[in-house]
Design a protein around this ligand. Structure first.
Ligand SMILES: CC(C)(COP(=O)(O)OP(=O)(O)OC[C@H]1O[C@@H](n2cnc3c(N)ncnc32)[C@H](O)[C@@H]1OP(=O)(O)O)[C@@H](O)C(=O)NCCC(=O)NCCS
Length: 103
């Protein structure tokens, strides 16, 4: 993956996290790509225009236990109470499942 593409799609924190995984880094990048798409789809009904948000407005951040969380950066969506995410990856496959809890 080219640097330009990475910096267009992934935040600084995401790049640091994935690069720290060395040989498996592409699985982690792929999972974050899937997570961004899944989050977009789950919140899109709240958007007036689908181009209102871009890749880096959605960030995956892992806590100390490794548990992933979604940060919405620079996006202020009303009535979203919680976003739950589950990620899994193996060899050439990555999957992310996102659930949005709304009032
Ligand atoms: C967390 C764990 C289940 C991940 O499973 P895995 O087979 O290693 O890897 P998977 O591809 O399925 O999942 C990897 C993703 O799990 C997520 N993950 C890691 N730790 C997590 C945690 N504590 N809670 C929720 N999700 C977690 C991460 O998003 C990770 O991907 P990322 O590093 O790119 O963000 C495993 O590493 C682990 O700690 N197992 C010990 C606990 C266990 O298995 N108990 C059995 C009870 S059923």
């Amino acid at each position: 993956m080219g640097k330009k593409f990475l910096e267009r799609v992934f935040t600084k924190k995401e790049i640091e996290y994935c690069e720290s995984k060395k040989a498996q880094k592409y699985q982690h990048y792929a999972a974050r790509f899937a997570a961004k798409e899944a989050t977009f789809k789950a919140i899109s009904w709240k958007l007036k225009d689908k181009y209102e948000i871009s890749w880096k407005n959605i960030e995956v951040e892992n806590d100390k236990q490794g548990r992933p969380n979604i940060n919405l950066i620079g996006v202020d969506l009303e009535n979203i109470e919680d976003i739950d995410i589950s990620i899994s990856h193996c060899k050439n496959y990555a999957v992310a499942y996102v659930t949005v809890l709304s009032k």
